[in-house]
Design a protein around this ligand. Structure first.
Ligand code: FES
Ligand code: FES
Length: 216
């Protein structure tokens, strides 16, 4: 890959060296003008080549092998919503700055904000979204509890909370409210459903523990 010209550095080199040389005469002044014009033209034509072209990213989405073709700069959120066929909209696009957590997905069971994660980083990995929590018609314990405890209003934050809570409880179904709150510290709910979300999370944890005991 060709190194990208740094226009500011080029201009600085010119302003120091060429200006001192050329301060005394018109001929040198003309050299300075030519060099500056050349540098300006180089800066103008310097293109960030890394942004060109498309790469194929293959990964598992909710257990199914899939792939997307994206520019290397594409975020995972955009890859899922805008490049995946069919569009996968379970992760919500709200702030796109890593502030709200609405786009939270799990990569190899770790919660991440997909708006700040490059799609190329999930090559060969397992991505899970809220759309993959239910098994057929059977909601996951977290989904069941969120519905039962009325843990959503407009619903924009809900898939992100569901994924953060799921990641927390899969590690430790006996997580305390404090631990659940910490796990959801990157998720914002503008409708203020926090108490319902946390009570639902504790209820889901109890259900998961119960299921584990029943499975023994
Ligand atoms: S949309 Fe990703 S954190 Fe808000
Ligand atoms: S339910 Fe509306 S933002 Fe949380």
């Amino acid at each position: 890959m060709k190194p990208v010209q740094d226009p500011e550095a080029a201009n600085q080199r010119l302003s120091r060296r060429s200006f001192l040389k050329g301060a005394g005469g018109a001929a040198a002044g003309s050299v300075l003008a030519t060099e500056m014009a050349q540098a300006a033209s180089e800066a103008h034509t310097a293109e960030p080549e890394v942004l060109k072209g498309v790469v194929q990213v293959s990964f598992h989405l909710n257990g199914q092998p899939t792939s997307v073709q994206v520019e290397p700069r594409t975020t995972l959120l955009s890859a899922l919503r805008n490049h995946h066929n069919p569009p996968h909209t379970a992760a919500k696009s709200v702030c796109e700055q890593g502030n709200c957590g609405a786009c939270t997905v799990l990569i190899d069971d770790q919660p991440v904000v997909s708006c700040l994660t490059l799609a190329v980083r999930v090559e060969g990995r397992h991505v899970r979204t809220a759309a993959g929590l239910a098994q057929g018609d059977q909601l996951s314990p977290v989904q069941e509890a969120m519905c039962a405890d009325d843990a959503l209003m407009c619903g924009f934050c809900t898939p992100g909370f569901a994924m953060s809570v799921t990641a927390c409880l899969e590690k430790n179904p006996a997580a305390s409210e404090e631990e659940v709150r910490r796990a959801c510290s990157g998720n914002l709910c503008r409708c203020g459903t926090y108490p319902h979300i946390f009570s639902a999370a504790l209820k889901a944890g109890r259900a998961m523990l119960q299921a584990q005991k029943g499975g023994k």
